[in-house]
Design a protein around this ligand. Structure first.
Ligand code: 2AM
Length: 171
């Protein structure tokens, strides 16, 4: 049975994405794998590989969620040595984001999806295979969040390729 790899996410517009890309280029060492600007995103709920026939039920979870309109100030640059990720985050993320992530995860579990029992840590991966990060200033990047997506991840030799399966605009 064909499977698809999917996740709910927030996708920034080109202005926010290019501001984050500029920061990533300054902070990541040359041998790190920078995310392309158009692939930058914030994952709300990672579902993983599912049979394609489950997609309508997963989309229905997105239909039932309240997609907030909020301001997310990205003002934190971090590095996780355990998975070699350089990331951008927020020192004060709006509560609406965790509420949305929890609602999506609850909805997915209610339709029988098994999710990793990881706490929601809102972050945007800027680079992978990043063994260390330069201590650079993080000029705040203001992102007006206005809805989200269900993304399909396809593995490609140059890194993951993402297709937008559905978009939910904030009301
Ligand atoms: P990451 O950037 O911190 O790796 C697509 O893979 C998105 O889902 C990425 O934003 C990734 O976060 C996130 N994700 C969360 N859990 C994952 C998992 N178990 N495997 C792969 N990606 C995961």
């Amino acid at each position: 049975m064909p499977t698809v790899r999917v996740f709910f996410a927030l996708w920034p517009d080109a202005t926010v994405a290019s501001a984050l890309s500029r920061i990533a280029r300054r902070a990541a060492p040359p041998d790190a794998r920078l995310m392309r600007a158009q692939t930058l995103h914030l994952t709300l709920a990672f579902i993983g590989d599912v049979p394609a026939e489950r997609l309508p039920a997963i989309e229905a979870v997105g239909d039932q969620a309240v997609w907030p309109r909020c301001l997310l100030r990205l003002d934190q640059l971090g590095h996780w040595p355990h998975n070699q990720i350089l990331w951008a985050g927020s020192l004060a993320p709006p509560d609406a984001l965790a509420e949305l992530a929890n609602a999506l995860s609850d909805g997915l579990r209610a339709i029988g999806m098994t999710l990793a029992p990881r706490p929601f840590v809102p972050h945007i991966t800027l680079a992978r295979r990043c063994r260390h990060a330069a201590a650079v200033d993080m000029p705040p990047v203001d992102w007006s969040v206005e809805g989200g997506v269900l993304a399909v991840s396809q593995r490609a030799p140059t890194g993951a390729r993402y297709l937008m399966r559905r978009r939910w605009p904030a009301p």
